[in-house]
Design a protein around this ligand. Sequence first.
Ligand code: GLN
Length: 436
Amino acid sequence: MNSTLQKTKQYLEEIKKNDQKGKKINAFIQINPNALEEAKNIDNKIKSRKAGKLAGYVIAVKSNINVKGLNTSCASLTLKNYISPYDATVIKKLKEQDAVIIGMTNCDEFACGSSGETSAFEPTKNPVALDLIPGGSSSGSAAAVAADFCDMALGSDTGGSIRNPASHCGVIGIKPSYGLVSRYGLIDLSMSLDQIGTITKNINDAVLLLNTISGKDENDPTTFESKKIELTKPKKIKIGIPKIKINNKQIQNLINNKVEQICKKLGWKITEIDIKHIDLAIKTYYPIVYTEFFSGTRRFDGRRYGKKIEDVAGPEVIRRILGGSEISKAEYKGRYYRTALKVKQLIKQEFEKAFKKIDCIILPTVPRLPHKIKNKISIQEMYSYDSLTVPANLAEICAISIPAGKINNIPVGMQIMCPHLAESKMLSIAKEFEGA
Ligand code: GLN
């Protein structure tokens, strides 16, 4: 077997060849200068049988998660030179289990975007189709896993930012249930919706990584003790297919065929379900995100960290700050933010109602194929990339995107949603699809 050191060296060479020199894929903003030394130490621990569960694994981290000594830039000029003084809880846990952190990945600026193009450091390219976007906002994390620059990666998902690029790049991405994973040390986009999650090449790695980073954390009051995630053989699964209109019929057919195949093979059942208000997801999501993002970014005033955000940020970030500031004015409070929170609650209840009759909901991850990099699309079109992923964040449930096939050689992801804290069931179902 390859040592951790050999493996890390190989990944670094691959990155040098295909990511940094000539900026072919541009998945990384910064490489960890100590990666080789850390790998060497871990090999010593393996030899003396003292190594943790992630020994031998090489992991990339999205640039909005604090890693001590590395540049947590959020792909923004605001934090371009910000060197993190501490580890986020998830990073502390990775290090305790002896993972090698290979570097900080590119993403949409402050995780605001669906394509990776709002990064202040040039967009990431889709490793499967270099002229296309890889999806966003965790563009670099998904691309790094797909391009084989690392074993796995961490991303963050507020409205789809892990699942959407996982879908376009043909890898596996999980948005965990709200509160399963500590957000301490994540630079938030919208604190009531954000979750840190995993991007991997297979389901077993996803289980390993998610088990490592989940659990109660004193520094994040929304977290709680959780049971270990375990794969079981799921029996008599009832799949709910939501009645929604997707313009791209090819995508819908691909997913439907996949579901029918597995049901035939395993004797699972399909039911059509109606989830009320799901069509309001995007309209509900943005007032919440704008308001919480505006509030969260007030600390980037140029005094303590880096530059003043309004002076250097790109148009999407500025749009959200201005929008959030408008919504936050006292006279509007009830009209937008509170109303959105009420609709969020209604959507959550609708999902709870649906899960009384079914085990999981299956639908495409993204309703359209990725566009060409730098092809201007409208804001509405950009926001619509997330219309099928946002509902899970509003409902606080878990959701995964797994590769379902290809259309014109472009990967298409299938999304499986399960109730809050039903990660074991969700991953066990996903495992059956992986093996099929
Ligand atoms: N694309 C969505 C947005 O721009 C989702 C972002 C995310 O999940 N971080 O807000």
